[in-house]
Each structure stands twice: as C-alpha cells, then as structure tokens.
Write a protein that binds this ligand. Structure first.
Ligand SMILES: [Zn+2]
Ligand SMILES: [Zn+2]
Ligand SMILES: [Zn+2]
Ligand SMILES: [Zn+2]
Length: 304
C-alpha cells in the first residue's frame, strides 16, 4: 500500500484500492489542499462553499447531526470536471438509530467535484513540504469548532466568534475550555486554536489498517460489493438513479465491518454494528453544483 497522503488518481480497472493516510501523518498534511482520504477527525471539505445542508447532515431517525466517518479522494480521469472528486460518509452516533436491518437513514454519503481550474486550489499540485494552511473552509463558511461541519447560525452568544453545528457541540466546547477562552482571545487566536486535531484512537486504528487494508474498505468502481450474507442484498436495478442527472448509479466502494469495531464513535459504539455498507454513485459522475447526496446500502450480518 502506498503511504502517501497526496492526491492520487484512482484507476478504474484496478482492484480494490485503499488511499487512507497512515498514522503519524502531521495534521497539516490533512488539509483540503492535499486532497486527503481520511478516517475520522474533521472533514477536509473539497468544494469550500455550498456545503451539505443542515437537514442533509441530520440523521433521518433521531434528527441529531451525524458524525463524519471518512472521506475518499477518487478523481475521475475521463471527466474534466471530475479532476478533483471526493466522497464523504457520515453516520449517526446514536446507538438505537443503527439497529434496524437495512436501515440507512442514519447515514449519508456526499460527492463533491471540481475541475482542475477552480476557485480554491492551485492548478499545480501543492509541494509535499508546503505546510502553509492553504484555503480553509472557514474562509467561506461558518464551521463548527468541534467537528468541522457547517454551522448554520449557532454561535457563542458571549464572544460571537465561536460557531457550532449543534447545541451539543457548543456545550462540549464550553466544557473543553471555551468557558475560559471565550472573550479573552482575538479572533485569529481563537481560530488558530480551532485547528484540526487528529483523534488518537483513529491514529491507533490507522496503524492496524496498514496491516489489513482490505478489511476496512474495498474500492472497486463498477464492480460488485462483497456481501457478508445471502440475505438483504440489493440488486443494481433496485438502486435509485442519480437524483441530479438521472443516470443509473454504480457501485463504487464498500466499508467493511472491521472499520467500526476499531473506531471510537462514542460510548454506544457496540450498538453501531453492520456487516457492510455499499456505496453507489452516479455512473456519469455528473458535476454537482453543490455536494450531491449519493446512495448507500447497509447489510447486517444475519442474526443466526
Ligand atoms: Zn440518529
Ligand atoms: Zn459540531
Ligand atoms: Zn465564546
Ligand atoms: Zn448524476
């Protein structure tokens, strides 16, 4: 497995490919301008505007904000407007939301694409050692200081600087130190403190992923998922077409069960369990003007 975190072109004909960054990668290497594939932490948004709506980021079962699970950088060589292309997967942390078989309303996958010439990133690849922050989503959009998701209107009423996705994260940040920091720092100092931090659990997990990558994620565009049981599979004809252009969707990658058993998704992680999640995307990779919601299908291990 390649250990680089930089942009990579996904060859459609190649076998399942895993592009996750390895443990030990410094945080600045996970900035949007390096087009990372990554697990956990904060999303490194590709397009820095027109982020998914509040409604789309909420679990359709409990209405809480879902947590960012992973992103995969998977450009499409055959499309000028797919020069940069990243898929983002979100998942609800509430245990009871994940219990229903084939219930996918507690997850979401979004696709973002940009041509090589775009308003955010330079035409030429960023040099490997360039640790300047690069364009930040915070320049364009209010972002939750805790999770990096878009914040729609929720703001600390005291300093009017700190922004959050939800009341829950506002509370988390207050307890984690904003109580002290609020109002005592300038805006730039506060923003510097809100820099992405990687989760140590995630780091440990990634070290294991390096040894068994196939257990975590299978990337194989236009192929078929490996189902974990004969029950509750979905046939390609039952997958709804692209909501934007109407083209049929095809299989692109699947998330394997081992991923969650190692990830800390909160205190109720044991209840978040699945066999596999298959992700289907627009076969035409049409250029969405904003983050396009794609389709995923969860197959649980059969109970017996
Ligand atoms: Zn939920
Ligand atoms: Zn948040
Ligand atoms: Zn404040
Ligand atoms: Zn489409």
């Amino acid at each position: 497995m390649d250990s680089s975190s930089g942009p990579r072109r996904v060859d459609e004909t190649k076998e399942a490919e895993l592009g996750f960054v390895n443990a030990g990668v410094p945080g600045w290497k996970l900035a949007s301008k390096f087009f990372p594939s990554k697990l956990g932490g904060k999303p490194a948004w590709l397009a820095l505007q027109d982020l998914p709506s509040d409604e789309d980021l909420r679990c359709r079962r409990c209405q809480e904000r879902m947590a960012f699970l992973l992103q995969i950088y998977a450009p499409i060589e055959t499309r000028v407007d797919g020069f940069h292309r990243t898929l983002f997967v979100f998942l609800c942390r509430t245990a009871s939301c994940g219990l229903q078989n084939a219930e996918c309303s507690n997850m979401a996958v979004f696709r973002s694409q940009l041509p090589r010439e775009n308003p955010y990133y330079s035409f030429h690849p960023t040099p490997e050692k360039d640790d300047s922050p690069g364009p930040s989503v915070a320049d364009f959009h209010a972002i939750c200081w805790v999770c990096g998701q878009p914040a729609y209107g929720k703001r600390c009423s005291k300093c009017k600087t700190a922004t959050y996705c939800s009341a829950l994260h506002q509370k988390t940040d207050w307890k984690a130190g904003h109580r002290k920091a609020c109002g005592e720092y300038s805006e730039s100092e506060l923003l510097a403190m809100a820099k992405p931090e990687e989760d140590p659990v995630c780091e440990r997990f990634l070290r294991r992923v390096r040894m068994y990558p196939e257990q975590v994620l299978r990337y194989h565009m236009k192929s078929e998922p490996l189902w974990v049981s004969v029950e509750n599979q979905i046939s390609l004809s039952a997958v709804p077409p692209c909501a934007l252009c109407g083209a049929p969707r095809h299989f692109e990658f699947q998330i394997m069960p081992q991923l969650l058993t190692h990830l800390s998704l909160g205190s109720e992680k044991d209840a978040v369990d699945w066999g596999t999640i298959a992700v289907y995307t627009c076969s035409d990779s049409c250029r969405p003007s904003e983050y396009a919601r794609e389709f995923l299908w969860k197959q649980d291990f059969s109970p017996n």
